[in-house]
Design a protein around this ligand. Structure first.
Ligand code: PLZ
Length: 446
């Protein structure tokens, strides 16, 4: 079988998972690769297409993770493959600040056009989400001539030094890796399922709390940026309550603060809009994108108001690989795929199947405390029945069941008790439903 043969979009168990070849290869990995890296599913991929991952033992596994929300257009999406092959054979690298190329300019033009807001925008390309977050903060600080950055509980923004400081959770992201960058201030998150106040007034109460804390503890005039995930990713897929981000942005604008949406995980069609902030008709000053932008190639971007993006002196921003031509070609092909295959609508459709099925499971299994998310970015939070106490043990059992039966699912959550669903948006209804039937068996087996 060659890479060109189509990979059947169906689940198939050829061996146990992990099979003998994967188990042997994982032993080599253990000898050769840093022990600091985790493994969700200990099989070695041989090929992947659309929503199926085939391993070296011949198992075909349904992919409900999309490489952590990256291959929204499907694994090895045909337009992406073709664009990358052509680009790499044309030129591999010049460095954009040495000799520029059109792909970089065209990706920036596309981002400026596609992100919400009809003001003049400009973009900067980088390699990873964390690098884009770092650059957004650099630019916001340079523009405002202020230092403080406001972030939220349960936030995840990356693993570099500044982005570890912006990230909330200690284990596994921060423990022993300090000292961390200063001038980062963490605010309460209106996490609806665990909100102790009145659920009816969560938005107003959270806004009141956060804006008072900013004013009293930092001083709004010292704040360069408010950075927020419209749907919290690694922290557990909490959707910001309606009006909360709008209220924050209003506060930011009134106080000369740059309002930044981290759409690294929620962006590029994932939530049933091209960007999650569109659900509330928002126009952030800056939007950070990565993951889904380039169909699996490493690319990330900061897109924002032109006057903010232009504030740095020439040469103040850069990097060897940021916006490399292969990744830019992939991004243009991924964007075309999202449009041509109507993946925004597909995400909403996938979301309706996910919500319907998961709410059905919640009614049956009290271990599922909450079903939440937007579009095809959905999660369930597992608790000890009759309480809201986190139940990471039940989560681990369900995940193990799914993995050994050919369904890849990812976890999340500050309390390690969330299962998240991020299938490629090209997944067929049939494959999606087959995957969900494995999940249902997983809950039945508890
Ligand atoms: N901002 C909202 O979700 C990456 C992390 C995987 P990078 N999330 C997956 C892991 O365990 O390292 C992420 C994100 C949000 C920023 C990032 C960082 O993006 O491309 O991983 O640097």
């Amino acid at each position: 079988m060659t890479a060109k043969d189509p990979l059947p979009q169906s689940r198939h168990l050829a061996t146990e998972i992990p099979g003998p070849l994967s188990t042997a290869a994982m032993q080599r990995r253990k000898e050769a690769v840093s022990g600091g890296l985790g493994t969700a599913l200990p099989v070695i991929v041989s090929r992947a297409q659309d929503a199926i991952i085939e391993d070296i033992d011949g198992n075909r596994i349904i992919d409900f993770g999309a490489g952590i929300g990256v291959v929204n257009v499907g694994n090895s999406a045909p337009r992406v493959v073709k664009a990358v092959q052509e680009a790499v054979a044309t030129f591999t690298h010049t460095n954009f600040t040495t000799v520029p190329y059109m792909g970089y300019i065209e990706v920036c033009e596309a981002l400026n056009r596609l992100t919400p807001g009809d003001f003049k925008k400009k973009s900067l390309l980088q390699n990873s989400g964390a690098e884009a977050v770092e650059n957004a903060i650099k630019i916001a600080r340079h523009y405002t001539k202020r230092a403080a950055v406001v972030v939220f509980e349960h936030a995840y923004h990356g693993r570099t030094n500044l982005t570890m400081a912006l990230t909330a959770k200690n284990i596994p992201y921060k423990d022993g890796f300090g000292p961390f960058a200063n001038e980062i201030y963490r605010m309460p998150l209106p996490y609806a399922y665990r909100w102790l106040g009145n659920p009816e007034t969560i938005t107003a109460d959270a806004l009141d709390l956060v804006t008072h804390k900013i004013e009293k503890e930092i001083g709004a005039q010292n704040v360069a940026a408010i950075l927020i995930e419209p749907v919290v990713g690694e922290g557990g897929f909490m959707v910001q309550p309606e009006g909360f981000m709008l209220g924050l942005q209003e506060f930011a604008t009134k106080n000369g603060i740059v309002f930044i949406a981290d759409e690294v995980q929620s962006g590029f069609a994932r939530t049933g809009k091209l960007f999650a902030v569109e659900h509330e008709g928002m126009t952030p000053d800056m939007i950070i994108t990565a993951k889904g932008i380039a169909g699996g190639l490493p690319l990330a971007a900061v897109t924002g108001r032109a006057e903010i993006m232009d504030s740095s002196h020439v040469g103040g921003l850069g990097g060897t690989y940021g916006g490399n031509p292969i990744a830019c070609a992939a991004a243009l092909a991924a964007i075309e795929t999202i449009q041509e295959e109507k993946l925004v609508e597909r995400a909403a459709h996938i979301g309706s199947i996910l919500f319907e099925t998961l709410n059905g499971l919640k009614a049956k299994y009290p271990v599922i405390g909450d079903v939440r998310g937007r579009g095809a970015m959905v999660a369930i939070e597992l608790v000890k029945p009759g309480s809201k106490d986190p139940n990471p043990e039940a989560m681990a059992k369900v995940v193990k069941y799914c993995h050994s039966h050919g369904l890849l699912i990812l976890t999340a959550g500050t309390y390690g008790n969330v299962i998240r669903f991020l299938p490629p948006l090209v997944i067929t209804d049939e494959l999606l439903r087959d995957g969900l039937s494995v999940l249902a068996e997983g809950f039945a087996s508890l």
